[in-house]
Design a protein around this ligand. Sequence first.
Ligand code: ADP
Length: 298
Amino acid sequence: SEFRLADLEKIRVLGHGNGGTVYKVRHRRTSAVYALKAVHTDAGDVSLRRQVYREIDILRRATGSDHVVGFHAVLPTPSGDVALLLEHMEGGSLDTLLRRRGRSPFPEIALASVARQALLGLAELHSRQIVHRDIKPANLLINAAGVVKIADFGVGKVLRRSLDPCDSYVGTCAYMSPERFDPESHGGDYDPYAADVWSLGLAVLELHRGHFPLLPEGARPDWAALMVAICLGEALGAVPEGEASGEFRGFIECCLQKESGKRWSVAELLGHPFIASADWSESERALRELLRENSDES
Ligand code: ADP
């Protein structure tokens, strides 16, 4: 590889994930800025290591997608772990952006751009037979130009599987579709692409509400409450009449069909009036404006 860890200078910490820390780094010679994500691979656990490398392979397969975070290299670290060199997304995650706004909801016009770009990212992944499985605001990143890209597909989740999948981090379960949350009551097998659509619909709804929409604001998500909310609740019940346009409601309804067979596909959703009838320059301008108002300068 053209990259060596020694050529990279740490600038600051960008965030903490389940797998390890993400740093903003600069290449000493080229001055190019990247995100460096350290991933623990527990040297003793051969099967875990193999899984990590399989996920890195998925990152490679997604390379070149416009709405998937760019992947440059995997670098071994002195401790025996690996570090992933990724495209730096200056605006951070949409989850961070929402918190920087004091959880003030994103306007619908900006959400039309978020939803369209995330759908384009899913289309790119799905066309390469890649399922994300963990779409949520924390895994949708935005750059300084207002381009939204999908991040973190797989590596973190593989690591999480070695822990108790729900207890260790209920947040990972919160965006699961009903058929993933409770496979037995849905015939056991499910369409993994449709599960990504559910998660995306929930992520967009969260940005519209300002908080995780299936539970009362401020509630600590526990497994039982999530089970009831995801499998039995009415997601759109979270949106009081008059607080969303008909197009937005319709779009969310198409994403959050409980029966995966009734859920719209990514291609169909790109043609939904909420997306297809939006004014593009307006929508993208609104998203860039929101980004500017809430940037943290660093
Ligand atoms: P994990 O897979 O362990 O959950 P993430 O990949 O989600 O870790 O990274 C954790 C946080 O680090 C993100 O929520 C985001 O704030 C930040 N981050 C991750 N990747 C990048 C990137 N390419 N550019 C900028 N910030 C990033």
